[in-house]
Design a protein around this ligand. Structure first.
Ligand code: XMP
Length: 534
């Protein structure tokens, strides 16, 4: 646990929910929905220990879905102590099936999968549904989204069946007295019409949580915690200009003003005018008017010299990561007496890097902005966004006065343009790429398309193609436009940008950049392709 977590003010998290992860792809979605409702929650692994549970002290527990079968010998179990903890439980999909099985009900494998939209007929009263169905309209059904094979065919003693769908005779069950509930459908997904209201009912009415988790409270709480933890010491922050590190900078500027030192490494792999943009953002004190030390480390030459002659994408990435650490470490050594190093780690990083309590079931993320700083640096870590989802980080940034140009910026990879110049990185290629990228991004803004796509950029292809300008032959480079739509960047589809728009961008690039003879548009989705080309 980071020092920051230990020092945090607990008031905002007095009323919290524990989400137990049984491996569902929607576990994070459950947590995000609860945060949206205004309730703090954390995701722990399905095999949480009694001690961990007691230390966390939630007011309710939600059991996620998962790929296992409750009918299998080795299916994951709900920890038994939860059933006697007197804390309300809500099992979703696998969570409901495991609950039914462990408490003496019956679950069977179903030959027919139920997937997608379904209607759940409500046959009995349940306090989980109070005020959810419109009694004036005599509403007796829910519009839900299902994704399951197994199904519960008899409920444990003390439970009653509340609703059924075409393929699930028991799509909802409850032991009202003990506050144990099961839903075969997924209330966390957008397609379940009354889903958010059901979750809200569970956490607010049944678990008696107050909605304390909101952006204003979060800013106040974080500012107080940072001040408490840092006291009069100095904090070093590696600022990349991306959303996460900018929000950390704004938060620290507001909390500790001139005790903050921001270091921005110009690795020569940045976009056009990026250094100036970051400088401008910093000089306004990130909207807070606070003054603090800002250092730009000019390391273009070091990076580009080392990249010379290197063609392999993985070698390029490693080399850039290592060089970054070296440059940053050298800079930090010159700044004596600094106690804290701040990082823009956010909650999905914590979950995905298996550092979180729920981490066991997750894949380790291979992308890192600051690629593991050496452990022998004698800093204490401060990670104020460690408990926040990306949308919460953005909201926090807005609260802190950061401009939309920063908040709504598309992600930019740690290795920068080096993964967008295929093969060997050369200054000439970078320069062409910067110009083409600026045209594409500017036009996306002009046409109101920038916010509609999740990420967009240009890729430089070091191959030459023949063209014709006036009466002369042209033999120059090729660039590709890339734009994707995605929610989590794990999967993505190529964005269907209008032909007229693509035509305009292509003409501008071909007319304005003489080293380019051909513009292509990447129509590959992820998987099987990746978003970046290298
Ligand atoms: P891929 O290419 O793997 O990219 O589909 C998924 C998302 O991650 C970004 N990306 C990185 N971000 N360091 C980062 O901070 C990296 O090394 C890195 N590589 C890819 C990519 O831009 C996309 O948003």
């Amino acid at each position: 646990m980071s020092d920051f977590l230990k020092a945090k003010n607990v008031d905002l998290q007095k009323h919290k929910i524990l989400v137990l992860d049984f491996g569902s792809q929607y576990t994070q979605l459950i947590a995000r929905k609860l945060r949206e409702i205004g309730i703090y929650c954390e995701i722990y692994s399905h095999d949480v220990t009694k001690q961990e549970f007691e230390v966390f002290a939630p007011k309710g527990v939600i059991l996620s879905g998962g790929p296992d079968s409750a009918t299998a010998e080795n299916g994951l179990d709900i920890p038994e102590f939860l059933f006697t903890s007197e804390v309300p439980l809500l099992g979703i999909c696998y969570g409901m099936q495991a609950m039914a099985k462990q408490l003496g009900g019956e679950v069977i494998k179903s030959s027919q999968k139920e997937f997608g939209f379904a209607e759940v007929e409500i046959h009995a009263e349940s306090k989980l549904l109070d005020s959810i169905l419109d009694s004036d309209k005599n509403e007796r059904s829910l519009e839900v989204w299902m994704s399951h094979g197994d199904r519960v065919i008899s409920v444990p003693s003390g439970f009653k069946a509340i609703g059924s769908s075409k393929n699930s005779s028991i799509a909802m069950m409850a032991n009202e007295e003990k506050n144990l509930f099961g839903l075969q459908f997924h209330p966390e997904v957008h397609h379940t019409k009354q889903g958010k209201a059901i979750l809200e009912r569970f956490v607010k009415a049944i678990c008696a949580c107050e909605t304390l988790w909101n952006p204003t409270n979060i800013v106040d709480d974080l500012v107080r915690s940072v001040r408490e933890q840092v006291a009069g010491q100095k904090v070093l922050l590696g600022l990349s200009g991306g959303v996460d590190s900018s929000v950390v900078a704004a938060l620290l500027a507001k909390s500790i003003g001139d005790q903050l030192i921001c270091v921005f490494v110009n690795n020569g792999l940045l976009r056009l005018d990026e250094v100036e943009q970051v400088r401008k953002m910093v000089t306004t004190g990130f909207g807070s008017g606070a003054s603090f030390e800002f250092r730009i480390v000019d390391a273009e030459k070091v990076f580009l010299d080392r990249l010379a002659g290197v063609h392999d994408p993985e070698k390029k990435r490693k080399l850039i990561g290592n060089t970054f650490i070296e440059v940053f470490e050298k800079e930090a050594k010159g700044l004596l007496g600094i106690q804290f190093l701040a990082q823009g780690t956010i909650y999905p990083d914590v979950i995905e890097s298996a550092a979180g309590k729920g981490g066991k079931a997750h894949v380790i993320k291979s992308h890192h902005n600051v690629g593991g700083l050496p452990t022998n640096m004698s800093f204490k870590l401060i990670e104020p966004l460690r408990q926040l989802f990306k949308d919460e980080v953005r909201e926090l940034g807005r609260q802190l006065g950061l401009p939309p140009t920063i908040i709504d910026r598309h992600p930019f990879p740690g290795p920068g343009l080096a993964v967008r110049v295929l093969g060997e990185v050369k200054e000439q290629f970078l320069s062409v790429l910067r110009k083409a990228d600026k045209i594409f991004i500017d036009e996306l803004h002009n046409y109101g398309l920038y916010e509609k796509v999740s990420q967009a950029f240009v890729v430089f292809l070091p191959v030459k193609s023949v063209g014709v300008v006036g009466d002369s032959r042209r033999y120059d480079y090729v660039v590709s436009l890339r734009a994707v739509e995605t929610v989590d960047f794990m999967t993505a589809t190529w964005a269907r940008l209008p032909y007229e728009f693509l035509d305009l961008v292509s003409r501008r690039i071909l007319n304005e950049i003489e080293e380019v003879s051909r513009v292509t548009f990447d129509i590959s989705s992820k998987p099987p392709s990746t978003i970046e080309w290298e």
